[in-house]
Design a protein around this ligand. Structure first.
Ligand SMILES: Cc1cc2nc3c(=O)[nH]c(=O)nc-3n(C[C@H](O)[C@H](O)[C@H](O)COP(=O)(O)OP(=O)(O)OC[C@H]3O[C@@H](n4cnc5c(N)ncnc54)[C@H](O)[C@@H]3O)c2cc1C
Length: 448
């Protein structure tokens, strides 16, 4: 495809957000008589799914301590449910299984799920939690669990298949998707801060509106847009905290136990909900009985035919480098630095065995040859920023929450078409200066 000289809407990034925005914007423009998909161009420096969306575990859940996140996730689950086939979505549900230190937080989540009509069940107490889990899996053996939140909606989707499903829908509406096109800088208008063109390795592309959906590369594009590398944050006591870096990286750790996915079914032979366990019970090695950690730990897992086994992950670790120094490329499995090591394999497989007897002694089947994990780029408070900068640039920075957030592109499309979204309002950049921050939970994960 020849590089167009100009387009009305230029979207950078063919991951979940870029493609969802493209598809929904095409529908919005058509519905409002303001244009069509032919006004939209998606460019990606590599290919569809070359970023975080293409390696994501694919878990779709509502379980968030922050009301604004929960409402946004409920909206997104609705979009997944709107076309499960095209999005390769498996609505098996999701379970948050927690120790006493998280009991109250998760109870709040349950209450608020009830308030927004999001179906879930909440089981409390050591004995009842064990009974409920054994009712699902007769080999359940995790100790110290005092609450179980069972979300009946949500589940997981197959990462690449869902992206190609979205791309097909977008192209069906006339959207053009060009791969191998890297945005290297921007051209600015002479009388305003607005962006007038993308400067790419394939030439200049003039545009009226830009959408940035570049996942872990957001720090780079942010720099090209000359946006602030540090922010001031107003704390709960009203005092200002200046010089807080805008971006930080965490490395996500995931992997697959190469067993038959059918080995992880419920007692009645069904495919189980996605299981997420957090625990403060000491984690002991399934290999040699040594203590792996006495600190809080957490894992998630699901049977997955796409990955070919039991796939899941554990809590990520902070990358202790200045954002400009972090080598985002090569990304994912190709990265020499940001993929899982033997410690993760030992921990995750031992944690699986801690939870269910069927996983004892299975570490030998771990798919060591398929390296996994990858970087995520996080905002100062680890929650998304969805906002307009430089007059005509919409930045979707999901702070690595976002494969599940399929619905964000739909809301962004409505905002670009001129209709402000109540669901996106709590995620504006101005919240830092205004101190309108989201509440923080007791989970060991930075995204709960
Ligand atoms: C290992 C891992 C597991 C995860 N698991 C889950 C999960 O189970 N559930 C969940 O909800 N979230 C999960 N996440 C988070 C989720 O994957 C991301 O938040 C989300 O996919 C980001 O989507 P995106 O569209 O913003 O970016 P991406 O999917 O990263 O896409 C960005 C695209 O932009 C392109 N690009 C970058 N720079 C340029 C440029 N200069 N010019 C042109 N193109 C460019 C890239 O090539 C890439 O294709 C996981 C993340 C990781 C790393």
């Amino acid at each position: 495809m020849a590089t167009p000289e100009g387009v009305k809407y230029a979207i950078i990034g063919a991951g979940i957000h870029g493609l969802s925005t493209a598809y929904h914007l095409a529908l919005e423009l058509k519905a409002r008589g303001k244009g069509s998909g032919e006004d939209i161009l998606v460019v990606d420096k590599t290919s569809i799914g070359a970023g975080a969306s293409g390696i994501a575990c694919g878990v779709v859940r509502n379980n968030y301590f922050q009301p604004a996140m929960r409402e946004l996730m409920a909206h997104s689950v609705g979009v997944w449910e709107s076309d499960p086939k095209a999005y390769s979505y498996h609505p098996v549900g999701y379970m948050q299984i927690s120790p006493e230190s998280m009991h109250e937080d998760v109870g709040t989540i349950f209450e608020q799920q009830k308030a927004i009509g999001y179906e879930s069940e909440f089981i409390e107490g050591l004995d009842d939690s064990m009974k409920y889990m054994r009712g699902l899996f007769d080999d359940w053996q995790a100790q110290g669990i005092t609450s179980v939140l069972h979300e009946k909606r949500g589940g997981y989707a197959n990462n690449t298949a869902s992206l190609y499903g979205l791309a097909t829908k977008a192209e069906g509406e006339g959207v053009r998707i060009m791969t191998g096109v890297t945005v290297e800088s921007f051209e600015t208008g002479s009388n305003s801060g607005a962006i007038t063109a993308l400067m790419t390795n394939k030439g200049r592309i003039a545009c009226d509106h830009v959408v940035v959906a570049v996942g872990p590369w957001v720090n780079q594009i942010w720099n090209h847009l000359e946006l602030p590398t540090e922010v001031s944050i107003k704390g709960a006591d009203g005092s200002m905290h200046d010089g807080v870096p805008m971006w930080k990286f965490w490395c996500l750790e995931e992997g697959t136990l190469g067993v038959d996915p059918n080995m992880h079914k419920t007692n009645d032979g069904s495919f189980p909900p996605v299981i997420h366990v957090d625990s403060d019970t000491p984690l002991v090695s399934d290999v040699d009985g040594s203590v792996i950690t006495e600190d809080m730990w957490g894992i998630y897992y699901k049977p997955d035919f796409n990955f070919g086994g039991i796939q899941g992950g554990a809590a990520p670790y902070k990358v202790d480098q200045k954002p400009d120094k972090v080598a985002v490329d090569p990304y994912g499995a190709d990265s020499p630095d940001f993929i899982v090591d033997d410690n993760f394999i030992h921990m995750w497989c031992s944690a699986l065995a801690h939870c269910q007897k069927r996983f004892e002694g299975q570490i030998k089947y771990y798919k060591n040859q398929e390296r996994s994990g990858g970087l995520g780029c996080f905002t100062p408070d680890s929650f998304p920023v969805f906002d307009t900068f430089r007059e005509n640039v919409y930045v979707i920075a999901d702070s690595n929450h976002g494969y599940k957030m399929l619905g964000v592109g739909k809301l962004v499309a409505q905002e670009i078409a001129g209709e402000k979204s109540k669901l996106l309002e709590p995620f504006r950049f101005s919240r830092y200066a205004e101190g309108k921050l989201h509440p923080v939970s007791n989970s060991p994960f930075p995204w709960s």
